[in-house]
Design a protein around this ligand. Structure first.
Ligand code: GDP
Ligand code: MN
Length: 397
């Protein structure tokens, strides 16, 4: 699950990270009210208006703008609210903006030039440890920095059992080239950011840019957060921040039905129990000359209701011209699954117009195959993986 910028910043702020003050608005009128409130509390006359969508590169797509008066706040937020924002990280059709963040402008002039840095905390899966990645070249895409100036990207590996050590935070501040009060502030920033990452069970916190203001304060100007879905059960407050409008509607629906579904762009739908078997099934489809249209793990209970829901979700995709069902019957017996498939199929009437290949292996597999063969339905049965692969080849080939 991902968070919006304003939500991520609120989390950071709880851990002591400085952020620019601001509030979200859903209408231009509300935006003006928020801007007025900011001026009353901070004295700021300039405001930054930022589209809140789950995608980076908003600045490039026209989703981040500076307003120098309340009239401009109204004008700019009317343009951004409701727009389909296209950025390098969205699809070509873009994402609808439902909310904007109205924040104080923190790039004000002062004793020094504002400086932008990059910092993220993420999981280094290969090392099994956390990593802070950072660069003095902030503000622009980190991919671009990696390509053009790889020497400007630094990493600090953190043993999760030991935690971030003071010498590591000091090294980060040093490599970023900050000094004086800003050095101490940066060290505090790194500690707070790392704590927020660990205690939220996040898989990523990315702050780009981290800003050193002209009066030497270190703050988060942007914030991208990915949380570990499997840990959300112990973060009720964070789970509530979910914005389903930002997610694929079919994936949301599948999740509600207890199905683990990810849409892909191939032509063979698949319905499998267990993530490992799902991966293997996608490989088989590829080897048979097809291409998987989805990843779908129905979990432990392949009953008629769930199978029907899964069929309906798979068939919503117009590219699907065959479905491969690959179920291992261990705890759930194959004959029960076969019955579920037959019931779902009968229930759906004409909704199924593509060939279905069913491979059931495990407890009572022979009996299950017989049930499917005798059902009179347009279903091809298989017991071995090779048989299933050959049938896929036959129908898509
Ligand atoms: P992104 O484009 O989605 O990564 O959105 P960011 O929050 O990173 O904003 C893009 C750019 O807008 C930043 O790199 C800044 O240069 C600029 N920006 C963000 N906040 C402010 C602000 O308060 N004042 C000014 N002048 N520029 C800002
Ligand atoms: Mn950014």
């Amino acid at each position: 699950m991902n968070l919006h910028e304003y939500q991520g910043k609120e989390v950071l702020n709880k851990y002591g990270v400085k952020i620019q003050r601001g509030n979200v608005a859903k209408t231009p009128e509300e935006a003006v009210k928020m801007a007025q409130r900011l001026t009353d509390s901070t004295g700021t006359q300039w405001y930054v208006i930022k589209a809140q969508v789950h995608a980076g590169g908003r600045g490039k797509g026209g989703g981040v703008k500076l307003a120098k008066s309340l009239d401009e706040v109204k004008e700019i937020s009317s343009k951004i609210l409701g727009m389909k924002l296209v950025t390098p990280q969205t699809s070509a059709e873009g994402k609808t903006v439902h909310q904007v963040l109205i924040a104080e402008d923190v790039y004000y002039p002062g004793e020094s030039e504002p400086q932008e840095y990059y910092m993220s905390v993420l999981l280094d899966r290969a090392k099994g440890q956390n990593m802070i990645m950072y660069s003095p070249e902030g503000g622009m895409d980190i991919e671009e920095v990696a390509e053009k100036m790889p020497e400007k990207i630094f990493t600090e590996i953190i043993d999760p059992a030991v935690g971030l050590r003071p010498f590591q935070a000091n090294r980060i501040a040093f490599n970023l080239g900050v000094d004086g009060d800003a050095f101490k502030d940066m060290v505090r920033f790194v500690f707070s950011l790392y704590k927020a990452y660990v205690e939220s069970d996040a898989s990523m916190f990315e702050i780009n840019p981290v800003l050193k203001t002209s009066d030497n304060q270190i703050m988060a100007v942007d914030c991208k957060v990915s949380l570990d879905d499997n840990a959300l059960f112990r973060h009720k407050d964070l789970a509530e921040l979910r914005d389903k409008r930002e997610e694929d509607p079919t994936e949301v629906e599948a999740g509600e039905a207890g199905l683990n579904f990810v849409k892909l762009d191939g032509n063979v739908g698949c319905m499998v129990n267990g993530a490992g078997l799902a991966m293997a099934t996608m490989d088989i489809i590829k080897l048979s000359g097809g291409s998987p249209a989805n990843f779908l793990d129905v979990g432990g209970t392949a009953d008629a209701e769930r199978v029907e829901k899964a069929f309906r979700i798979i068939l919503r995709d117009e590219n699907v011209n065959a479905i491969l069902v690959n179920i291992f019957g261990g705890i759930v017996r194959c004959d029960r699954v076969a019955q579920g498939i037959i019931d779902a199929y009968k229930n759906m009437g004409d909704a199924i117009q593509v060939p279905i290949i069913v491979r059931l292996q495990g407890t009572n597999a022979e009996e299950a195959k017989k049930m499917i063969d005798e059902s009179g339905l347009q279903v091809h049965s298989a017991i071995t993986l090779q048989e299933a692969a050959d049938k896929v080849k036959e129908v898509v080939g």
